[in-house]
Write a protein that binds this ligand. Structure first.
Ligand SMILES: NC(=O)c1ccc[n+]([C@@H]2O[C@H](COP(=O)([O-])OP(=O)(O)OC[C@H]3O[C@@H](n4cnc5c(N)ncnc54)[C@H](OP(=O)(O)O)[C@@H]3O)[C@@H](O)[C@H]2O)c1
Length: 398
């Protein structure tokens, strides 16, 4: 029997890599549902190619347009929209695999829905686990889901840990590698444009994660993600800059052995690993040419030029509310940067100020996570507003 798949965020970079791998295995996989937020045309093109049962557009105002476009192409795909529809296609009984590839905390509810419904959950949407790690892990346990990380670093660690009898006891530390992003060697970070920040040296990705890679916040979010996925305290998760992006991450065991997973920088490899697990299936990625790579080098991250990584460690040690605040403030700041309302060099300051104003607490339910996320977004927007329109000196004195 073919395995039914829902792709949340099908029109994005991970969605497109996932569909590429899926299309190589027509006997094994069948697309059940594809979703997008607002790009109706891109979603319809994917429907023409993959013929899903359901297409969901996040923005409900676009449902009629989606339905008409599907009909115009002669498709029987059902058009749906909104948060409830996203959650339902993630939990549908005809689905065995859900690929969580929405960007941002917006992906949390359908990701939780897939976990509660006991699906094989391929998690790319790191913001979901960053802001609701404990709730997501609990939903995976109680729903009987199988959580497999798509993020290449966590996927590498998953590969290194297979066979480790007792992960917490056997392992000394996890070592996440980071490319260092496009500004690794640049000293002046004052006049960076969105296009420069999105031009990653090794990976082709969506714009938000590309900016996160440039600030090193991506690595910070990954430290938090690794802590929840594998159950390690921040002291046992290290980050090392590895500009070639060939080693995707490593695990150091108690006997001193270090295992690493290597490969070309192509997200189809971790996606194929998750789709086929425990078998290996063809991904379409190229062969790693060691003679071309020639050298693998390593550096310490520069926390003075890239303070976002430190802020994420700080939040992870402080409280779950702090992780929510860091993630929300980062989303707001990156959006402001991408729309030319905030300089690149101010992203970290917005996150730090938001974090400093955040009361520390541990949300016990998803509604509390959503409320904390909304509060942090408001604080971050206010910080950005103040930096654009500073109060006159007389007002500051009061
Ligand atoms: N790209 C990578 O190589 C990579 C690697 C590791 C991890 N990840 C993680 O994977 C996730 C996706 O990244 P990406 O690079 O694929 O992002 P992307 O290219 O920007 O795609 C995002 C997808 O999410 C949809 N979307 C956006 N906002 C939404 C909302 N509010 N509600 C519902 N759907 C929404 C988009 O729909 P529209 O097209 O209609 O806007 C699109 O389908 C992120 O969490 C990222 O950190 C990505």
């Amino acid at each position: 029997m073919k395995l039914g798949i829902t792709i949340l965020g099908a029109t994005g970079s991970i969605g497109s890599s996932s569909l590429d791998v899926i299309s190589r295995h027509p006997q094994r996989f069948q697309v059940f549902a594809l979703t997008a937020q607002s790009r109706v045309d891109a979603l319809v093109e994917l429907c023409v190619r993959f013929r899903p049962e359901v297409a969901v557009i996040g923005d409900s105002a676009l449902e009629t347009q989606l339905r008409a476009a599907l009909r115009a192409r002669g498709l029987t795909t059902q058009a749906r929209s909104g948060a409830q529809a996203l959650a339902e296609v993630a939990a549908d009984e005809r689905v065995q695999i859900v690929i969580a590839a929405i960007v941002g905390a917006a992906g949390l509810l359908p990701t939780l829905s897939a976990a509660r419904a006991g699906k094989r959950l391929l998690l790319a949407n790191k913001e979901a686990i960053v802001c609701a790690g404990s709730l997501l892990m609990e939903a995976v346990r109680s729903g009987g889901a199988q959580l497999l990380p798509v993020d290449s670093e966590h996927n590498a660690i998953h590969q290194c840990l297979v066979g480790a009898a007792d992960r917490a006891r056997d392992v000394r530390r996890l070592i996440l590698t980071a490319s260092g992003g496009p500004f690794r060697t640049r000293t002046d970070l004052s006049a960076i444009t969105p296009d420069e920040a999105c031009a990653h040296p090794n990976w082709v990705m969506g714009r938000k994660i590309s900016v996160d890679s440039a600030t090193l916040m991506n690595k910070g979010l990954e430290v938090i993600e690794a802590s929840w996925l594998f159950g390690f305290a921040p002291e046992r998760i290290d980050v090392v800059i590895h500009p070639q992006s060939v080693i995707h991450s490593m695990v150091e065991f108690g006997d001193g052995s270090v295992l690493a997973q290597l490969g070309t920088p192509d997200m189809r490899t971790p996606i194929a690993y998750c789709l086929g697990f425990p078998e290996r299936v063809e991904s379409g990625s190229g062969t790693l040419d060691f003679l071309k790579v020639a050298a693998l080098t390593f550096e310490a991250p520069d926390l003075t030029r890239f303070p976002c990584l430190q802020l994420a460690y700080q939040a992870l040690s402080a409280s779950p509310a702090a992780s929510i605040a860091v993630n929300a403030a980062n989303e707001v700041a990156v959006e402001a940067f991408l729309s030319h309302r905030l300089p690149f060099s101010r992203i970290a300051a917005v996150i730090e100020e938001t974090l400093n104003q955040t009361p520390m607490c541990r949300p016990a339910a998803v509604d509390e996570v959503i409320a904390l996320d909304a509060q942090a977004r408001q604080r971050a927007a206010a910080v950005i507003g103040r930096s654009l329109h500073p109060a006159p000196a007389g007002l500051l004195a009061n």
